[in-house]
Design a protein around this ligand. Structure first.
Ligand SMILES: O=P(O)(O)OC[C@H]1O[C@H](OP(=O)(O)OP(=O)(O)O)[C@H](O)[C@@H]1O
Ligand code: HPA
Length: 173
């Protein structure tokens, strides 16, 4: 079965918003170093673009937490596929996600990372689907709130496809 993709947020709008959020993060972390934790795989495109727009010192680490597999609905079971390479103790940590949907992935990740004693722990997401929330998560930086539709592009996939689209689109089956 083949699907079509309807554009929801243009490349220009995504790029403009990432610049704005990058400026806001730079102001909020002035005089400090920010340690970005990219949540793989989806967060990788957003993390790269965001990191380029932050003008305080940035360090990076990567983590992979999976709950969706190749499906469009979460299994509800979150597991760490790849852990961080470095300790986050005493660091100003900013988790970077592509999307918060049910909130299960992030609420799990926040609990795990809090126990590792970062100096601060904040959350930045490209997309937020607040209607779908099952677990409450406090999000510090949101680029776009979106309706309850399955989206792809800018790192987000449908059965591992479409991550490379430079815009956000809705999958129409
Ligand atoms: O709020 P939730 O309902 O938990 O959904 C959000 C999570 O789902 C996606 O990851 P996925 O498990 O599909 O892995 P991927 O990034 O490797 O595609 C996305 O990247 C988030 O991490
Ligand atoms: O809308 C979505 N698209 C792709 N991956 C996702 N993971 C949670 N929600 C989504």
């Amino acid at each position: 079965m083949s699907e079509t993709i309807r554009q929801l947020i243009s490349e220009e709008d995504v790029d403009r918003k990432i610049r704005e959020i990058g400026e806001q993060i730079s102001r909020d972390y002035e005089g400090r170093q920010v340690h970005l934790i990219c949540v793989l795989k989806g967060g990788v495109f957003f993390t790269c673009e965001l990191a380029k727009r932050i003008n305080v010192p940035v360090s990076l680490d990567f983590m992979s937490v999976s709950s969706y597999g190749d499906d469009t609905s979460s299994s509800g079971v979150v597991r760490i596929v790849k852990d961080l390479d470095e300790s986050i103790e005493g660091k100003d940590v900013l988790i970077v996600e592509d999307i918060i949907d049910s909130g299960r992935t992030l609420s799990y990740l926040i609990e795990v990372l809090k126990q590792r004693k970062p100096s601060s722990l904040r959350l930045c997401t490209l997309l937020d689907k607040p209607e779908r929330r099952v677990k409450d998560v406090k999000v510090d930086y949101v680029c776009f709130n979106i309706p309850d539709e399955f989206v792809v592009g800018y790192g987000l996939d449908y059965a591992q496809k479409y991550r490379n689209l430079p815009y956000i689109g809705v999958v129409e089956l």
